[in-house]
Write a protein that binds this ligand. Structure first.
Ligand code: FAD
Ligand code: NAD
Length: 405
């Protein structure tokens, strides 16, 4: 009998958890396992704000896919996924095609610009190692160029961060630590540098614990970060951004760097494929399969699951993507064994910790509020745990974070 073929798309949190669990659960005689990813490396998306600010080298953020997969059991294809032909059960790749019996879609999310003019052209996003490297280099270029100009343009030294969600705040935390280093390195007066965070909602980290948010804002403001709250970015231009607060007249803020960290949507590949979706996210069934597609599982940032307690979608996180990867591996094993009773996925949310730079953080873990060094320690434990879950102690020793205070 022909062996079943399982194809996993994406070597991010969800995809790698699926594959590393499948290679343990499924025998070589039971199924072929294929993993497809754009790069030959995995990157810790949750550390990209550090690489973007330049506080952590981008090589610390990534590791080879081959170092965590069993090449005797898993075929790795380095290629870009271009489309999925669900009728013919084929994935179209930049290098050819691959057919499947079971497909796990784990290509992550993409930046959501809500159609705001100029963002695609003039703003950076913290979405990959390549983008992170570009942001770091761009900021350094602005500092270096400033010193070469006879008529100095101070706006070169203004950095706009769009959105004060967790990504925006974590990036600001790193920038707050990096700017004094850059000023020293490029002989720039610290007073000339502006870092402005523009947030449309009436508060920073909307919906998060107010006491912790107050702590975060105070700490960041003390390091020179400016907040424009209740203010929406309306447009990005070659010179900076246009913002508006309520009914007020729009205002221009000139800036040399604009980083858009104000939203995530699913992968555009979902929209191209014939799979029902809402802004590229698939409202999956309780067993994580796409509606109408009994052989396609969708996990991570391209999946949408509802928190029944508040009747709203769970925010897309690595925490959930990893748990979904484990559940999908078990469900595929069940299907291979002819068991149609699949596991229902319910996220087990242990908490949320938001870093404010290397040495500070805020968070709620198992219902307990944390701030300062305790929270920062916890954040590093979480970062190391995600390495451990995929690659064991060896990967933690190679890539882990051990400078706790
Ligand atoms: P990803 O981990 O993003 O992986 C997707 C993979 O697919 C990547 O390897 C990508 O290269 C590959 N890929 C994409 N498109 C293609 C294609 N067309 N062809 C081939 N390969 C492709 N969540 C938390 O729980 N805790 C945190 O502390 C946290 N911090 C964050 C900090 C930042 C700065 C950001 C941006 C996000 C953070 N998140 C955090 C959210 C978290 O990173 C995402 O929810 C998580 O990465 C989603 O996992 P995923 O497996 O769906 O996708
Ligand atoms: P988000 O959607 O959580 O936050 C985006 C922010 O941008 C919101 O506060 C929103 O009000 C604001 N915004 C939207 N449009 C705007 C506009 N036009 N002008 C100004 N502000 C605007 O996005 P995110 O912060 O990138 O987070 C994405 C996901 O990743 C979330 O699920 C988050 O929980 C997760 N994440 C978690 C962590 C962590 O746990 N430490 C860190 C980063 C991201």
């Amino acid at each position: 009998m022909k062996k079943a073929k399982i194809v996993v798309l994406g070597a991010g949190y969800g995809g790698l958890m699926t594959v590393t669990r499948l290679q343990k659960l499924v025998g070589v005689n039971e199924a072929e396992i294929v993993l497809v990813n754009k790069n030959d490396y995995h990157y810790e998306t949750t550390w990209l704000h550090e690489a973007s600010a330049g506080t952590l080298h981008h090589d610390r953020v990534r590791y080879d896919v081959s170092s965590v997969i069993d090449r005797n059991k898993v075929e790795f294809i380095q290629a870009t996924v271009e489309d999925i032909n669900t009728a013919e059960k084929k994935v179209i790749l930049s290098t050819g095609e691959v057919d499947y019996d079971y497909l796990v879609f784990a290509l992550g999310g993409e930046s959501e610009t809500f159609g705001i003019k100029g963002l695609n052209e003039y703003a950076f996003t913290i979405t990959s190692v390549n983008n992170a490297r570009q942001i770091r280099e761009h900021i350094e270029y602005q500092f270096a160029t400033y010193q070469t100009e006879e008529h100095k343009k101070d706006e070169r030294l203004t950095i706009i961060v769009g959105g004060a969600g967790f990504t925006g705040i974590e990036f600001l935390g790193e920038l707050a630590n990096r700017i004094p280093e850059l000023c020293h390195e490029y002989d720039v007066d610290f007073q000339k540098v502006r870092v402005v965070c523009v947030e449309a909602a009436p508060m920073v980290l909307p919906g998060f614990d107010e006491e912790l948010v107050k702590y975060a804002v105070a700490k960041l403001e003390k390091k020179g970060i400016e907040f424009k709250i209740g203010t929406a970015i309306k447009e990005a231009t070659p010179e900076g951004i246009i913002v508006a607060k309520g009914e007020n007249e729009p205002e221009e803020i000139k800036a040399g760097t604009v980083v858009w960290a104000a939203g995530v949507r699913g992968s555009h590949i979902i929209e191209k494929a014939d799979i029902e979706n809402m802004r590229a996210r698939v409202k999956v069934q309780p067993d994580l399969r796409a509606p109408g597609h009994d052989n396609i599982f969708v996990i991570g940032d391209s999946s949408l699951i509802i928190n029944e307690e508040i009747n709203r979608p769970y925010p897309p996180t690595a925490q959930i993507a990893m748990q979904q990867g484990e559940a999908v591996a078990r469900n595929i094993k069940a299907l291979l064994h002819g068991n149609e009773e699949l596991e229902t996925f319910t996220p087990d949310i242990k908490g949320t910790v938001c870093s404010l730079g290397e040495d500070d953080a805020i968070g709620v873990v198992y219902g307990k509020k944390l701030m300062g060094t305790k929270a920062s320690f916890m954040k590093k434990v979480i970062d190391n745990r995600s390495l451990y879950m995929v690659g064991g102690a060896g990967l933690v020793f190679k890539k882990g974070k051990f400078k706790f205070f």
